[in-house]
Design a protein around this ligand. Sequence first.
Ligand SMILES: Cc1ncc(COP(=O)(O)O)c(C=O)c1O
Length: 453
Amino acid sequence: MSTIHLRTSIPGPRSQALMRRRNDAVPKAAYHATPVFVAKAEGAVVEDVDGNRLIDFAGGIGCLNTGHRAPSVVDAIRKQLDHFLHTSFNVLPYESYVRLAERLNELTPGNFPKKTIFVNTGAEAVENAIKIARFHTRRPAIISFEDAFHGRTYMTMAVTSKTHPYKAGFEPFPGDVYRIPYAYCFRCSYSLEYPRCEVHCARHIEDTFKRVVAAESVAAVIVEPILGEGGFVTPPDGFYSTLSEICRKYGILLIADEVQTGFCRAGATFACVRFGLEPDLITMAKSLSGGLPLAAVTGRAEIMDGPASGQLGGTFGGNPAACEAALAVLDVIDKENLNARANHLGGIFRKRAAEWQRRWELVGDVRGMGAMQALELVRSRVTREPADTETKEVAQFCYEHGLVTITAGSYGNVIRLLMPIVITDAQMDEALDVLEAALAAVSEKKAAAVQMA
Ligand SMILES: Cc1ncc(COP(=O)(O)O)c(C=O)c1O
């Protein structure tokens, strides 16, 4: 506990001055979770412009599983800078794009021929996966899940669930999108309990085909193997086997959105593997390229080859520096055995979190897989009323004491762990000490307020 102290300098004078300029120059819609401006970063630690050191449990929203400035990733980018920076793969192709596609085709789950196309962002990958699925099936409808997040472009807003801040005010969205409940056992939409429910949420999709949209109109079901922005909700055994069996039965494609779960976060290079899921199409981005913008769609070769030349792509898709960075990321995953490391970190967290759950009513649910772990905070274990204000207070306490965290969940009441998987055990312990102190402070404040009332 000795390392926990209030950094009176967070946000410091330089961050405050920059924030004033930011407010004048940048619209408020470009959100920032902390009012701290960064100066440099290494591994799992960032230093702000006032010289404060913070442990990073956000990793640029899950983009830095291999850490800030992983040395071999930086080297790969540097080398590429000396050759060429951009030609557009659509004009003058280059080998790194092809090599990375070959490696992702090999690495992704499913023992069948695959192909990969590169784009720039997670949302763009989702857009393309939906284009490809509609083209292949010649069907219009897409089914997505409650509490899902797939991006901020129009089609990805349509398949996203959370209204504020992502969708409200931007309506109307593209049509033929239907939403069904996810396997959110802590808040089951059908008030059932696992395993007695026999994964009713997955089986219920056949009812949707009768009452909402005909199966033969559905091109694809898009699903995050574990919800990201939706609060790290982790489906139980049987959910994906049932879902994929139903999709197969009706000729519906399964798109796994691995943008947040991919590249070891859940203790496997792709979270699908943890569930024995072999999707037809996989979208990926974030930690794929160690901090540069790069995204991909990998899928069954015959599906990916549907659209004709020029129907997919874009000017910057598969930027050469980003491709080289991604190839280096894949090597780091292998060399440093990041999947085992993710599971180790998850174990450290779960041990501490089980104790927090015993101590504080506030900690309603502890869940996750590998290093994709979260706490869902509630005002009461009985009502499970989401503790959204308290979650913000926990996050604020954390950054004021040297730990950057980000929240999640449709009710804004989840603290999620997205630290670099290369974080050391000592840094992990230090960060969890801060999180523990935050939970203690917020719980004590709540208890004091109850006594006063
Ligand atoms: C599962 C998932 N899909 C898609 C996206 C959108 O990615 P991007 O912000 O790169 O467009 C995100 C971003 O958080 C995500 O978590």
